[in-house]
Design a protein around this ligand. Structure first.
Ligand SMILES: *Cc1c(COP(=O)(O)O)cnc(C)c1O
Length: 398
């Protein structure tokens, strides 16, 4: 039998261990792998045995597995989520000077490819609840040069696709959904119809970066569409602009999903719903623990979209010093992160005379006050209690 003293000591050592040896990570890919190790190792070994490294049979079978899962006509696998966005814009035939509207509060990739292709990024603010595109701002941003809208389903929640598709139709615009953070999310239209995120716009894109909700063990990405002729163009762009070998119809790129990655993804896809469910359970725990705390705002959940909680992101009251909270958590062995600290219009690379500080109040407020806590498929109550207790202790001490 342990005496109370030994137990207390044990707890002290546990926290010491967490602090020094083993900080609680934002994601835990190692533990997730351990649970499916046999299947994964076997899948990788098969690819090596077959030496089918490029465009092997696993790429085709993953493509059709994902088409079935998403209920979409075409999945075009590619090298990563950034390529996916670029290829989408190339396949739509967007040209120098065309304007593309996207959300200011996002990962840089979304705007990077717009700039790379010589298109003109037009930034809009996000909504203070879902952190997705402000529909009214989109309407105001449309000009005769606008060709496409790129909503980002940020942190795992789908933008207002009913409204966006309506605006797009009225103005003859394409919609590319950046689904890198929301794969598996269900969107319910006003009509009651339900569709997977990424299959609603003309094109959807995603990333299989290891830490994404469906992550591979390296780089990977995919593009979705229900449009046969767009699918044909996308397929040609990913493969050097050719349909027939060595006959190049348009300028393309070389962007392939590696066969080993495809084999890994085919093992992981059947677990995706379970993975998203366990992320939602983590979010539920956080929500409950923080429900009566006035100094932070827990994530809003849109009634139209399931939330895949790629990130669990709190908005701190302005009286809370984020850096001090982060270093306190860090001292306790708890990781935290800021997605994203600087709005696109204030980034050095994307400064533009059209925009100045103060033009995007919601985005700017979020960049200054958000903090994301660890969320992944392998968390347990003990760890969650440890994290929430420390966050609340810090806030109480203010
Ligand atoms: C991760 C991510 C991307 C880019 O994906 P990569 O595979 O890293 O190129 C694009 N957009 C968003 C919103 C992302 O989160």
């Amino acid at each position: 039998m342990f005496s109370v003293k030994t137990i207390t000591l044990h707890v002290v050592f546990l926290s010491l261990f967490i602090m020094v040896q083993n900080p609680i990570p934002m994601v835990d890919l190692a533990s997730q792998y351990q649970k499916i190790k046999k299947e994964i190792d076997q899948a990788i070994q098969t690819v090596i045995d077959d030496t089918a490294f490029i465009n092997g049979p696993h790429v085709k079978s993953f493509k059709s597995d994902l088409e079935k899962y998403l209920d979409v006509k075409h999945v075009i696998p590619c090298g990563n989520g950034t390529d996916a966005l670029q290829i989408a814009m190339m396949a739509l035939g967007l040209k120098h000077g065309d304007e593309v509207i996207t959300a200011n509060f996002t990962f840089v990739a979304t705007v990077e490819v717009i700039a790379l292709l010589g298109l003109t990024p037009v930034l809009v603010d996000v909504l203070p609840d879902t952190y997705t595109m402000d529909i009214e701002a989109v309407k105001r941003a449309i000009t005769p040069k606008t060709k496409a809208i790129v909503p980002v389903h940020l942190f795992g929640q789908v933008a207002d696709m009913d409204e966006l598709m309506e605006i797009a139709e009225e103005n003859n615009l394409f919609v590319i959904e950046d689904t890198a953070q929301a794969i598996g999310a269900d969107y319910t239209f006003k009509s009651g119809r339900v569709a997977k995120a990424g299959t609603i716009g003309h094109i959807g894109t995603t990333s299989f970066f290891p830490s994404k909700n469906l992550g591979c063990y390296g780089d990977g990405g995919a593009i979705f569409t229900n449009d046969d002729s767009l699918a044909e163009k996308l397929q040609s762009v990913v493969n050097h602009g050719m349909k027939v070998r060595y006959y190049h119809d348009n300028v393309g790129v070389n962007s392939r999903l590696d066969t080993i990655q495809a084999a890994i993804l085919s093992v992981k896809l059947p677990y995706l719903d379970q993975y998203n469910k366990s992320r939602r359970e983590v979010a539920d725990y956080y929500d409950r623990a923080f429900s009566s705390c006035q100094l932070l705002k827990t994530p809003y959940r849109s009634p139209q979209s399931t939330h895949t909680f790629h990130q669990y992101t709190l908005v701190l009251d302005q009286s809370v010093d984020r850096e001090t909270l982060q270093s306190y958590l860090n001292e306790q062995g708890i990781s935290s992160a800021v997605y994203y600290p600087v709005p696109l219009h204030l980034q050095k690379a994307y400064r533009d005379e059209r925009y100045k500080e103060g033009d995007f109040p919601v985005t700017e407020h979020l960049c200054e006050n958000v903090i994301s806590l660890p969320i992944h498929t392998e968390m347990n109550e003990e760890i969650l209690k440890y994290i929430t207790d420390h966050v609340l202790n810090f806030l109480k001490s203010l």
